[in-house]
Unconditional design. Structure first.
Length: 538
């Protein structure tokens, strides 16, 4: 096959001219032409197209393109300003290599709407800028910010004069558009403004305002409890209170007002009774211990009470969640609440068998402030073993109480311990600071569901030991228990006391402990001696 090549005449002529010319170039080069810029929004002004409710939100997405007839575009510059402003030709530009951006357009403070001019210009490879930037006017309106209270951080139905609130604030124009968080107590018309980044605040009433109907609260921010100069007035004592909170943006537009109502108790004493007996029979137990405590304290000294009994537990080991009367935040709210008192008398159904659900382990980890202030703690709780020991590792209540460890049983024995009627409860070491032992006691009825514990070492002092017997679960063998028998003790520093036997039948209120000679008041005297050794006021 023959292929015929056809060469255009013009190409031949050009080749001939080149062959006969010098290889150098001469002449005047063209001047660099500026680039051109186009916005995706073709209208130079959207004001006439969008009016009233059709205005845009102040956060808009803008895109653009650029071209250069004799080179290429390397970057862009953009700026925006209210239409009544007149910036200079080179004022306010921001360099970017992007071809789009989400932009928060400005609305003057106090205004709800604005018309904002947006301009963008391309820059070519010789740094020449488009002399006629692409531009449009955006008619925008401010969208209100939002706020919602954190349900996981709400105070319980009743608190003392320390409480915490947390919230989440947002703004359709971006968090940078938030100006402040307004909070108020019992007044939805007057607010204290907090910084916009605050989302967790603890409020602490002034000390020394006892007897007043209202008081101010100081504001501490963050979970790190940062002190501020902010103060919120109007906290009502021994009354219902309503907390109001709203977010406010840079245009003074406010969110919907959030609110929460709860009851605030005024601390009236330096002594607190904690009713942590989580059974329906707790009124009988509380009445007994409050009478015992008041008989010891000086006449006229009040005792505040804190009911942590609900929800009730079921069975001997208990399976209820932590009390809903406790604040959800141990730190700082519970730490500060406990720090309101110098003496705490705590009666519990369970503390050593589980971290989860029990109240004392939750509180024990944040009692440092209470003890730093010289606090003294008397605890009544049975000692029981965890079903799964791994779930109880590091139980703060065990670390707090004056014991060194729980007892263990050989797997081959697996007994249960009990105190039959007339079991002896004998004094051990003298109560520190008193130089005398507690009185000898005996059981007046059958006692089960509480164990002795270990008090080895110098940090715990055993005060009473009980004559337990064991009963094997297989074979029904029984006999005297030769392990640790301690059922009452005190820490060597005299800060914490522990009594691990129930003192009354919670159904009938009949005494379970009496003196060795039958004295019905001997057990009460034993507790009074422990309180005196701890330094409770007498």
């Amino acid at each position: 096959m023959h292929v015929r090549l056809t060469i255009p005449l013009t190409l031949v002529l050009v080749a001939a001219l080149l062959a006969g010319c010098d290889t150098g170039f001469s002449g005047t080069p063209f001047e660099n032409e500026p680039p051109d810029t186009e916005l995706s929004v073709r209208d130079s002004s959207l004001v006439d197209n969008l009016a009233g409710a059709d205005r845009l939100k102040s956060t808009v997405f803008v895109s653009w393109t650029g071209s250069d007839p004799d080179g290429f575009v390397t970057a862009f510059e953009m700026r925006f300003f209210n239409t009544d402003e007149r910036p200079g030709p080179e004022e306010g530009w921001t360099l970017t290599t992007s071809t789009d951006s989400l932009i928060l357009l400005p609305i003057p403070r106090g205004e709800r709407i604005a018309d904002v001019t947006f301009e963008v210009r391309a820059i070519d490879n010789e740094a020449l800028k488009d002399p006629t930037p692409a531009k449009t006017v955006f008619p925008i309106q401010n969208a209100p910010p939002t706020i919602r209270l954190s349900t996981f951080d709400l105070p319980p139905d009743t608190t003392f004069t320390v409480f915490t609130f947390a919230w989440t604030a947002d703004d359709p124009e971006g968090l940078s558009n938030l100006d402040r968080i307004d909070v108020s107590l019992n007044d939805s018309t007057s607010f204290v403004g907090l910084p916009p980044d605050v989302d967790f605040a603890t409020f602490v009433a002034d000390a020394g305002d006892a007897g007043q109907a209202e008081t101010d609260v100081a504001v501490f921010t963050g979970r790190g409890f940062q002190r501020t100069t902010f103060r919120v007035p109007g906290l009502r004592l021994d009354a219902e209170n309503t907390f109001y909170v709203r977010s406010v943006d840079a245009t003074d537009t406010t969110s919907v007002l959030e609110r929460y109502t709860w009851y605030v108790k005024e601390p009236k004493s330096e002594v607190l009774y904690v009713n942590d007996y989580r059974k329906a029979s707790n009124p009988a137990v509380q009445a007994f211990h409050l009478a015992l405590l008041r008989d010891y304290l000086p006449p006229g000294l009040n005792v505040d009470t804190w009911d942590l009994s609900k929800p009730f537990v079921t069975g001997n080991t208990g399976n209820a969640p932590r009390s809903d009367a406790l604040p959800p935040n141990a730190d700082p709210t519970l730490r500060l609440t406990l720090g309101l008192y110098k003496y705490i008398y705590w009666v519990s159904t369970n503390a050593t068998n589980s971290i989860q659900g029990n109240n004392l382990p939750f509180a024990a980890g944040v009692m440092d402030l209470f003890f730093e202030n010289g606090g003294k703690l008397m605890v009544h709780t049975p000692i029981s073993l965890p079903i799964n020991p791994e779930d109880n590792l590091g139980n703060p209540a065990i670390l707090l109480l004056p014991l060194t460890d729980l007892i263990t049983f050989p797997d081959t024995l697996r007994p249960s311990l009990r105190l039959p009627t007339d079991s002896g409860i004998l004094p051990a070491e003298p109560a520190p600071g008193l130089g005398e032992t507690l009185p000898e006691l005996r059981t007046s009825a059958f006692v089960i569901n509480t164990l002795p514990y270990l008090t080895e070492g110098s940090n715990t002092i055993p005060l009473l030991e009980a004559d337990y017997t064991y009963l094997t679960r297989q074979g029904g063998r029984s006999g005297p228990w030769f392990g640790s028998k301690v059922i009452a003790s005190i820490s060597a520093d005299r800060r914490v006391g522990l009594f691990a036997l129930p003192m009354i039948n919670d159904q009938t209120s009949a005494p379970l402990l009496v003196g060795a000679d039958g004295d019905p008041e001997a057990a009460r005297r034993a507790i009074h001696l422990m309180l005196e050794s701890l330094g409770f006021p007498k």
